[in-house]
Ligand binder design. Structure first.
Ligand code: URA
Length: 233
């Protein structure tokens, strides 16, 4: 791919802007030499404004979502993209969230521009466990774990029961829930079905991928081999 197209697709600017910036010596190699518009290049050798260039298509981003941000690109309020570099909004192919977290849910959210990878992660067949830490308004009744494990719970306005889920009691109003599916507002609706209310919800893990080293609002790129080993093996 031509340099100008590559950089425009990575969201660094329009083709015109990017061409101008390259002419101004904004793109260099790790050895300090300047890269011209028609030069050959190795992606991993390129620096943009002295920073390593963003990865090409096929990126997976791990983000620690704070509460108060939605996953939509169209929401008029605060959106997760506000906490990522501005250029990420303009990548082509687009960087989509892998599933969603509610505005008032915090924790592990992935984003990718790789449709195949996204499908592999969210496909019900993958049965990838998602771990949620839940705080409740009322004391647990004591029968929730058995109810969730049964695989018979039918949520309001749905026609198929939920897959079995594992619930661990942490405290009288605190639980950990392990789900292999991701239905709309699932955790909140599961506890609502038991007459309780979720006060706070945090996704701490997907597969074996967790948020270690990431404060709320921080993100990192997940190398492909780490994604494969922590999500699919
Ligand atoms: N379940 C919910 O209710 N909300 C989320 O954001 C994720 C799972």
């Amino acid at each position: 791919m031509k340099l100008v197209k590559l950089l425009a697709n990575l969201g660094y600017g329009s083709r015109k802007d990017v061409a101008r910036l390259i002419r101004n010596g904004w793109l260099t190699r790790r050895d300090g030499s300047t890269v011209g518009l028609d030069d050959d290049f190795l992606h991993e050798d390129l620096l943009v404004d002295d920073e390593p260039i963003d990865p090409p298509q096929g990126v997976l981003i791990l983000f620690n979502k704070p509460i108060g941000y939605t996953c939509s690109t169209k929401d008029p309020g605060r959106v997760v993209y506000d906490l990522l570099p501005e250029r990420f909004r303009y990548r082509n192919p687009v960087l989509s969230t892998v599933g969603r977290l509610d505005r008032d849910t915090s924790g592990l959210l992935m984003l990718t521009d790789d449709g195949h990878l996204l499908h592999r992660i969210i496909s019900p067949k993958a049965e990838l466990p998602k771990i949620y830490e839940v705080e409740l308004a009322e004391d647990l009744r004591g029968d929730e774990a058995a109810l969730f494990a049964a695989g018979t719970l039918l949520l309001e306005s749905e026609t198929t029961p939920l897959a079995p889920a594992v619930m661990e009691t942490i405290d009288t109003r605190q639980a950990r829930l392990i789900l292999i599916e991701g239905r709309y507002h699932q955790v909140r609706r599961m506890f609502a079905a038991t007459g309780n209310r979720v006060l706070s919800l945090h996704r701490s893990r997907t597969g074996r991928l967790d948020l270690e080293g990431l404060e709320p609002g921080q993100w990192r790129i997940v190398p492909r081999d780490e994604a494969e080993s922590k999500l699919f093996t």
